[in-house]
Design a binder for this molecule. Structure first.
Ligand SMILES: Cc1ncc(COP(=O)(O)O)c(C=O)c1O
Length: 398
């Protein structure tokens, strides 16, 4: 991993805005044109009392800010209850872990002590994306939306379509770029046919040379259909909260080990596209640890891997240009570092993960093994647990 590629991720603590509930209906969404935070200052009994009203401004795809880390954590708690209630449909039969509150297993390395893999390739759609998609669609349906539009490199589309199979919205439109992997396209098409058989209007459009172009186009479409919910793959508080359930699960799954061993640090490594996965999971794990007095001395590290080459033939799942500011705020707040990874490094990481897991996973997911061998704070030791997030298993080679 080349020196100089490390982007310092730890920034100033962000002044998060307190948020209670997103606006409930589409009517509200259209009318609102208010500042990001509506804060009224009402003197009471000689004191100044600040009332924080819910964040009302919508930027076409949900609240424009996610709210405080505490608010995001609360939403993660809510998401985890919904996911837990649908564990049988969202998990992979045969792979569902016996521990409560976990959709996917946390697997110990065959070769290295204190190295773990969070097997998100073992969800019903073979990627963690189903978490955020399912929770977001649940919330948006409750808020009155019936039609959904989304854009994806593949895994998020599969998550949205699985959510539709369970939740039965009126319509789901999927946009994918032209460079979407054949295997993912096949799975999307099969799932669309299944939904059509269930009388749910589902369709697929391929548009744009790459993900960023496809997203730009989908957002333009979304502006002409304000009654549709644009289910953003990473820049939506409900999606981020859904992905954050991974952090909460890790907290519960690591508990027995933390009780048995004198662990001082945990490092979590994840692939990053738009940063929904890492911002959600770093919030979920950090806040859970922070609220546990028995873990007050435990240090947490988060490392996100972003493509050095945005046209990488290997990292199709994470070919996303920018991390949006709301996700970056959370990453900064929880001290997550972002490091660029080259194709050779992805390949090497993938081989390491493959030898250990004995199963092919997506290259972007296997890449999380690379820092285990090369970055000091990512090396497992008697004092340090390391978790690689195996985020998906849907690539053409799997
Ligand atoms: C397998 C896999 N890993 C990681 C990511 C990156 O997720 P995010 O955009 O939330 O950073 C994606 C995104 O599609 C993915 O499919």
């Amino acid at each position: 991993m080349g020196v100089g590629k490390l982007t310092p991720g730890v920034g100033p603590r962000s002044p998060f805005i307190i948020q209670k509930q997103p606006v409930k209906s589409q009517q509200n969404r259209k009318k609102i044109d208010s500042p990001d935070v509506l804060m009224s200052q009402t003197p009471r009994f000689g004191q100044k009392t600040y009332f924080y009203k819910p964040l009302l401004k919508f930027a076409g795809n949900g609240p424009s800010k996610y709210g405080s880390p505490q608010a995001v954590f609360q939403t993660i708690g809510e998401a985890s209850q919904f996911i837990e209630a649908h564990r049988q449909s969202l998990g992979l039969p045969g792979a569902l872990p016996s521990q409560q509150n976990a959709l996917t297993p946390l697997e110990l390395s065959c070769s290295t002590s204190n190295l773990f893999y969070k097997r998100e390739d073992l969800t019903a759609t073979h990627a963690y994306k189903v978490r955020g998609a399912f929770f977001c669609m649940t919330k948006a349906l409750a808020a009155g939306y019936k039609d959904f539009l989304t854009v994806s490199t593949g895994n998020h589309a599969l998550g949205v379509l699985k959510a539709a199979e369970i939740l039965h919205p009126h319509q789901v439109q999927i946009v994918v770029p032209e460079d979407t992997q054949a295997r993912k396209l096949e799975k999307i098409t099969a799932q669309i046919e299944k939904l059509q058989g269930m009388r749910i209007q589902a369709s697929l459009v391929r548009h744009g040379k790459n993900f960023d172009e496809a997203k730009q186009w989908a957002l333009t479409q979304s502006k002409t259909a304000p009654e549709e919910y644009f289910l953003d793959p990473y820049n939506d508080p409900w999606v981020v909260a859904g992905q954050g359930t991974i952090g909460l699960e890790l907290y519960h799954q690591l508990q027995p080990i933390l009780k048995e061993q004198a662990i001082q640090e945990i490092t979590v490594i994840a692939p990053v596209g738009g940063g929904g996965l890492l911002s959600g999971l770093s919030t979920g794990l950090s806040m859970a640890v922070h609220q546990d007095p028995s873990l007050k001395d435990l240090k947490l590290h988060f490392l996100g891997l972003k493509l050095a080459n945005l046209n990488s033939p290997l990292g199709d799942a994470i070919r996303v240009g920018q991390i949006p500011p709301e996700n970056q705020q959370l990453l900064d707040h929880f001290g997550a570092k972002i490091q660029k990874i080259s194709d050779d490094e992805i390949q090497e990481g993938y081989q390491g993960a493959f030898q250990d897991l004995k199963t092919p996973v997506e290259y972007a997911s296997g890449a999380t093994h690379f820092p285990v061998e090369h970055v000091a704070f990512c090396q497992p030791s008697p004092q340090r647990l390391v978790v690689c997030i195996i985020s998906g298993g849907n690539a053409s080679h799997t």
